[in-house]
Design a protein around this ligand. Structure first.
Ligand code: NAI
Ligand code: MG
Length: 472
């Protein structure tokens, strides 16, 4: 049993003023593994105050000092990866391929930001004026549970890179992971007040953050629904918001796609992070002329994927993060059937042989049209839709006919043709032919997928404002 009793303010682990508690559950076993004592609005006030106090000095730091801080953070998270992996496996249930990526990525975001700072033009000229890019003030971040380490690291890297102190409210369901990570971040020896972490719920701690007048910028990752509440709350304080939200990514299988290669790639992105990924390729667009063979192959390959204990290295799909997520997925599977979609594989309930744990059956719907709710709404579990298209123009039309625009995928033998199609898609990132993760590519979406970008110079731009000095 691990009870998380402390939050982190002004460089110290302290008891929160809040007294409410939340149970922490292992989603693979449904057993209680600990609890967290939650913070409240007073804790947020103390955290923002610490950030505000740290701001003037942090804002003045040189590139070299920021790079030093970022590399110390990287080193602090690189040591003993097993400890991070174990916490993420137990509390969140991610399979080992994903925990390995996630922990490596947590270190890499600090390194990439160090490189960004080195190359960023903080001093520029415009006309006759000298421009300096200045941090806006305290950055507040609110993050979700589907990749807790990576989100905390990304928000912190941007904070340091821009010279903005950070107050962060990670997902309350991830408190053990947060504690393990923050103990390491503490070891990097940042000046007091530069990093402040308050556990708590959205309506209490999240709301106190979004209404605090000394917060200059809010960086949120999570649901489009919560983002709207946050953005409304941010208006009075004239805060800038950077929002990284949901998705309904299309995966366009071009007519020349080589299915032996393309289908496993499509399923890898569709079922990424057990389907709990904003970037998951959940709408598979298939040429009508090849529909039968594509469906056959999708079914065969999906049924090969092992679902189960996330500690088993062969497992590709772990449990959903919580009972709430499991029930949400079940209701979407029922909805798809009600809407007239046809099950190619999967369906309601747990996979055979798994009686406990929030495991869902990897599910693929065919006969889906793009007006169905299962094709339009983010499901956030291992549920994919197959839609048919006649020609490339129709593929582009369906792909772009979405409220979201975070990510898209294109698969086809002719790389030029695939890239030309990629250039017609409205998405923050388009991945061609299973290209590997690029830790330097900007990240964020169009439309309901968000506002602004993270990573690299695009990420820093959102946290900085130019000051122009005009001389005669
Ligand atoms: P959520 O968006 O409610 O939670 C994300 C974070 O926002 C958490 O830290 C939460 O405490 C906080 N939050 C919630 N309401 C808030 C408020 N009123 N003010 C300030 N902060 C608030 O996501 P939830 O409810 O856990 O998941 C529901 C669905 O949201 C998922 O099924 C999925 O579709 C989507 N989602 C998308 C994510 C992404 O990566 N884009 C991540 C998590 C959820
Ligand atoms: Mg919510």
């Amino acid at each position: 049993m691990r009870n998380v009793e402390q939050i982190y303010i002004n460089g110290e682990f302290i008891e929160p003023r809040g007294t409410e508690r939340l149970d922490l559950i292992n989603p693979a076993t449904e057993e209680k593994i600990g609890s967290v004592r939650l913070g409240n609005a007073e804790d947020v006030a103390a955290a923002v105050k610490a950030g505000k106090k740290a701001f003037p000095e942090l804002a003045q730091t040189s590139k070299a000092e920021r790079v030093d801080m970022l590399l110390s953070l990287r080193d602090a998270v690189t040591a003993n990866p097993e400890e991070l992996i174990d916490a993420m496996t137990e509390e969140y249930g991610a399979p080992s391929y994903f925990t390995a990526f996630s922990v490596q990525n947590t270190a890499s975001v600090f390194e990439v930001m160090a490189e960004t700072v080195e190359n960023y033009d903080f001093d520029r000229t415009a006309g006759r004026s000298a421009i300096r890019m200045l941090p806006r003030g305290v950055l507040a971040a609110i993050t979700p549970w589907n990749s807790n380490f990576g989100f905390i690291a990304t928000k912190l890297a941007h904070a340091i890179g821009s010279g903005s102190p950070l107050v962060i409210k990670p997902a309350e369901q991830s408190a053990i992971q947060t504690e393990v990570l923050v103990k390491r971040l503490h070891k990097a020896g940042l000046p007091a007040g530069v990093l402040n972490v308050v556990n708590g719920t959205g309506p209490v701690v999240g709301a106190a953050i979004t209404s605090n007048p000394d917060v200059a910028t809010i960086s949120f990752t999570g649901s489009t629904q919560a983002a709207k509440i946050i953005q409304r709350a941010a208006i009075d304080g004239m805060k800038r918001v950077i929002l990284e939200l949901g998705g309904k990514a299309p995966t366009v299988l071009l007519p020349d796609a080589e299915l032996d290669k393309a289908i496993p790639i499509a399923l890898m992105s569709g079922f990424a992070n057990s389907g709990q990924a904003c970037v998951a390729g959940t709408r598979i667009l298939a040429p009508r002329s090849r529909m039968a063979e594509i469906c056959e192959k999708l079914k065969i390959e999906t049924e090969k994927l092992r679902v189960g204990d996330p500690r088993d290295p062969e497992v590709r799909i772990g449990p959903l993060a919580s009972q709430a997520q499991w029930e949400r997925i079940q209701s979407y599977i029922r909805l798809g059937l009600d809407e007239g979609a046809v099950l190619l594989t999967g369906g309601e309930g747990r996979p055979e042989g798994l009686e406990r744990g929030w495991f869902a059956r990897p599910t693929i719907f065919t006969n889906v049209t793009n007006n169905m709710r299962v094709a339009r709404e983010e499901i956030f579990g291992p549920v994919l839709c197959v839609l048919s298209y006649e020609d490339e123009n129709e593929a582009v039309e369906i792909a772009n006919d979405s409220d979201y625009g975070l990510q898209a995928y294109v698969l086809g033998i002719d790389a030029d043709r695939a890239t030309r199609l990629a250039e017609r898609l409205i998405a923050g990132r388009v991945v061609v032919n299973g290209a590997p993760h690029d830790p330097r590519a900007p990240f964020g979406g169009f439309k309901q997928s968000g506002i602004g970008r993270e990573i690299g110079a695009f990420g820093l731009d959102g946290l900085l404002e130019p000051r122009a000095v005009l001389t005669p």
